[in-house]
Ligand binder design. Structure first.
Ligand code: DD3
Length: 331
């Protein structure tokens, strides 16, 4: 599987100015009239993209991370071919051009040229991208770190505070300054409320790879390590109302969902991942994902569970936090 560090960590970079810069660009325009073409070409902000380096390439996933320049700014472009959808099959068979490659006995092979609207590439742009973004998308070996409660206080917490990664895109979502039209559900309560919306990784074309995020309205919870029994009402609210909203909108019951937190998270503002069971979502492995149901039970039996327990998580070879653990003789 291409579930390598680079792919798992593809989302684990902090970004500022992202919310208005991250764009999904349609690959093509189907009605190719002269004027229309001109207009769509004008809108193609990637026409001037200059590739510097392919950061990683997952042929099987049809996924590629590219570093380059966009109007003199550093940029990362993520290209991913989208799955074939059952509801487009009739159109795919009737409306495509078919080019024969070979025929042998009962076997024959073709190149099928689908209508352009059925042949899109999901395109995510990070611009301006920081050195950190570019580094993160490069394939890297990773190592499992053992973090005691004391390690968190003396190594991890100071590191996170020094980083002070921008959460602007998160606040933009909470304040409806970005992606407001994508919100699936909101509980506006300042204590237990949250916003539920599709993760950037999900194109929402098929429910098979459903990926939603619940982002808490409370702004002072950084990660799993900050949770105590005090946050139980918030966590229970996210679990219950999040599941209800997904049942309503996508007709998927809670028994089809994997609901979890990451440790370490990609960004230090409390959020919960909702992914479809059976979809091997990046970062859903045991070394990073903590089921929300487990988190709730652990806090019910010990209010300080996540302050005191040793937690394990993977870090990439080039992660500065890994160096901090090495310096402290913890690796
Ligand atoms: C991110 C983790 C962060 C690159 C990329 C993604 N879901 C987001 C901005 C808006 C979003 C997300 C950082 C950043 Cl590709 C660097 O994720 C987002 N909006 N995960 C949504 N809906």
């Amino acid at each position: 599987m291409a579930d390598t560090a680079a792919k798992r960590e593809a989302d684990s970079v902090g970004g500022d100015e992202l919310s208005h810069k991250v764009k999904k660009v349609k690959a093509d325009d189907e009605n190719g009239g002269g004027d229309v073409k001109k207009e769509s070409e004008y809108e193609n902000i990637l026409s001037g993209f200059k590739t510097s380096k392919v950061l990683s390439d997952y042929a099987r996933e049809k996924l590629m991370f590219i570093h380059g320049k966009l109007a003199d700014q550093e940029a990362v472009v993520i290209l991913e071919k989208t799955p074939i959808r059952e509801d487009t099959l009739d159109e795919l068979f009737s409306g495509s051009r078919l080019k024969l490659e070979m025929r042998n006995d009962i076997y024959s092979k073709y190149r099928l040229q689908a209508p352009s609207h059925l042949n899109e590439i999901k395109t995510t742009v990070v611009c301006p991208a920081t050195e950190k973004h570019i580094k993160k998308y490069q394939s890297q070996e990773s190592f499992l770190v053992e973090e005691t409660g004391e390690d968190f206080q003396s190594i991890t917490l100071p590191y996170i505070q020094k980083q002070s990664l921008s959460l602007q895109w998160v606040y933009n979502i909470l304040e409806k300054k970005a992606e407001a039209d994508k919100i699936v559900y909101e509980d506006p309560d300042p204590e237990v409320g949250f916003v539920l919306l599709p993760d950037l990784k999900w194109d929402q074309k098929q429910v098979d790879d459903l990926y939603l995020l619940a982002i808490a309205h409370q702004r002072d919870i950084g990660s799993l390590r900050d949770l105590t029994s005090e946050q139980l009402p918030l966590l229970q609210n996210i679990l219950q109302k999040g599941k209800e909203a997904i049942l309503q909108r996508y007709n998927l019951p809670g028994s089809k969902l994997r609901v979890y937190l990451h440790y370490q998270p990609s960004y230090y503002h409390l959020h919960v991942h909702f992914t479809k069971l059976g979809y091997d979502a990046p970062g859903c492995g045991v070394e990073r994902a903590h089921l929300l149901t487990d988190v709730i039970q652990n806090l019910q039996s010990d209010p300080l569970y996540y302050k005191t327990r040793t937690l394990y998580f993977p870090l990439r070879a080039d992660d500065e936090l890994l160096s901090k653990f090495k310096e402290a003789g913890r690796l």
